[in-house]
Design a protein around this ligand. Sequence first.
Ligand SMILES: [Zn+2]
Length: 475
Amino acid sequence: MVGRFNLIVNALKNFVRFVNLFVMPPTAAFVTCFDKIRRKRNSWFCPPSEALNYLSKKIQMFDDYKFTVAERFMRYVQVDTQSDPNSNTQPSTEKQKNLSKILVTELKQLGITDAALDEFGYVYATIPSNTTKKVPVICFCAHVDTSPDSSGANVKPIVHKKYDGNDIVLPDDPSIVISTNEHPYLKKRIGDDIITASGTTLLGADDKAGVAVIMDMANFLIAHPKIKHGDIKILFTPDEEIGRGVDKVDLNKLDAQFAYTLDAGERGAFEDETFSADGATVTFYGVSAHPGYAKEKLVNAIKVAAAFVESLPKNHFSPETTDSRDGFVHPVQITGIAEKASVQFIVRDFHTDKLSKYENFLKEKMNEAVALFPGSRGEFQVKMQYRNMKEVVDQFPQVSRYAREAIERAGVPVINMSARGGTDGSRLSFMGLPTPNLFTGEMAFHGKQEYVSIQDMQKSVETIVHLAMIWEENS
Ligand SMILES: [Zn+2]
């Protein structure tokens, strides 16, 4: 009798499961959420009302959580951490450590005992594993420095609550206006709380949004020990903006297998691809002579260089004429005297093999210019800068798959993007640490119109908490 009763109960349970899984709209989202709620209720039944609530985001693990990301961000941006490309020290400016020290203190206050700042300005810390599973060690990374393009001293962050879509006029310089015309993404953030600077400085959301997001993730995980995760490494780097962000990083000390930088913009953005980059220098040598007695002797290298630059294409092949997946060559500096003049280029494309084609093209143009000025000669030099991280990241497809899943779990559509530039992650990936880039909400960076949405930063925190969980679940 008991056996038959169990049979009936089991059949009923299976029937309810069947109803839950297949009678309700059979989307993946529903199945996952039904599963989750059943687990949460510790029951085989998921009331459809709860599922609907879940789907309308009424029940989520962050519901009772008081985010700390905005409060942290407001404090961090007030610390001047501008890096300096003309300095030879590491970090390039000592003041970057002022923020790093604060971060170490705050990590220690959270109970992260190994948090430490090294002499080069790197902060390393570990949130220890709380699972019996063997989970790959992942790292979250952000840079503390701000761009040399715009002042980062005395930043006065302003919160514009429930942004209404109107132009934001910055009080300390009313000529600086942030409008939805110029910043179409702002339109999507109407209703959010937007943080801007006050008009005389950049904001520093690049990358203090990333720093604050990682700090809040740590705060959340430590406050919620039931959420299982493996060892999570935290890395804060200096000097990213001047391309030296990973020069002195100690990957043995970090001891992570995979990493994510938090340094991309729009909510949902995920970048597993960057440019491949070379630097090229074209040097022209002339023949100098006293200008008063130079007839048929002088060959002016400045004129050779000018003819060379003039011969470059005007309608394509340059940053000002390309976007999306097109590469370019870009003269960034020209210096010279009659005897010697040089033009420096950056060369960029998503396909590494195209760089040499671009460089050969520049060489051809160099030779043509030299041919116009008998007696002159040219020299061509290429220096490798960084490579498209995709070449490395694609060898570990779970790194990107888990990241996209984490963004979706945070209730955000994934926007796959390719960075038309490099990140710390491009170099880290080629140093053996695959490191794609995740959104933080930082927008219009490197200038006075920089802004960030508090809600975007919170979604970024949710994303990386989910990401830590997903690595554990799949181990
Ligand atoms: Zn950045």
